[in-house]
Write a new protein. Structure first.
Length: 271
């Protein structure tokens, strides 16, 4: 069975306006799958769609939705009701702030939980049912090494990514023998526009054209993701991050949190 026959004819990629989401959408289109590009910024989505349309034969549809809104999943479901979605990618949910929990209104944390937890649950519930009925399909939920253990300045973010990892694992346990591949894709530091903006704002890099130290290239992440779509329930990207996960898993939780805290402070140049 070809890739498109197994996972097509349409895929929905949340967070497709740039970086990892745009690259994953392009990879799907190159493999013959039509793509719904979903994110908040319409103009950015249109640019990604134009790029895909000019380099592949895949069809595209853009859908500008703020995933932090309480009705986001319902809006998405209605807008894609005429499509046969065989692949769902949830790549939204980066933390652009990296600030102490109490330095922001509680609404900031609530927004993070809505976007990173509630919406992927709702979308997976909606789109997985017809995948199971057909006996084929795929779901990829992007996670983060931040979800391995708690650390400062990412209280809600780290907790939401821990949720995403366990959610994907549990979903895999229920669906993988029904023909639906589920993968929790766990990333470390990745060279995305969002990371560059964050590190530039904190003086970690001199310009937005500079690659953040230690960041993995987007193309390398996406290549590893496609190579391991059937390697669920969880795939940790990169040898270094896989080693870190094994080490953290062997430590008492307090020591794991202390190690994450020290690494976070070192990476961000804080005390």
């Amino acid at each position: 069975m070809t890739f498109a026959a197994k996972y097509g004819p349409w895929a929905l990629v949340a967070g497709a306006s740039d970086g990892l989401g745009a690259a994953f959408a392009t990879g799907l289109a190159e493999r013959g799958v039509n793509v719904v590009l979903l994110a908040r910024r319409h103009e950015a989505l249109r640019a990604v769609a134009e790029s895909i349309n000019s380099t592949t034969s895949a069809q595209t549809r853009t859908l500008a939705v703020d995933l932090a809104q309480s009705d986001a999943a319902a809006v998405i479901a209605e807008a894609t009701a005429d499509l046969d979605i065989g692949f769902l990618v949830y790549c939204a949910g980066a933390d652009p702030n990296f600030r102490p929990f109490l330095s922001s209104p509680v609404q900031a944390a609530e927004t993070m939980v809505q976007r990173n937890c509630m919406v992927p649950v709702q979308l997976c519930h909606h789109f997985a049912a017809p995948m199971v009925e057909r006996g084929r399909g795929g779901i990829v939920v992007f996670g983060s090494g931040a979800g391995f253990a708690g650390g400062p300045n990412m209280v809600a973010y780290a907790a939401s990514k821990a949720f995403d990892m366990v959610f994907a694992e549990a979903l895999w346990a229920e669906l993988h023998d029904k023909g639906v591949d589920v993968l929790g894709l766990i990333l470390g530091k990745t060279d995305t526009p969002a990371l560059r903006e964050l590190e530039y704002s904190r003086g970690q890099i001199a310009s937005l054209d500079e690659v953040p130290p230690g960041a993995v290239a987007v193309d390398d992440v996406i290549a590893e993701a496609f190579e391991n779509l059937t390697s669920g329930p969880t795939w940790v990207v990169g040898e270094e991050l896989r080693g870190a996960m094994q080490m953290l898993g062997s430590l008492p939780r307090k020591q794991a949190v202390e190690l994450i805290s020290a690494a976070s402070a070192s990476a961000m140049g804080s005390d």
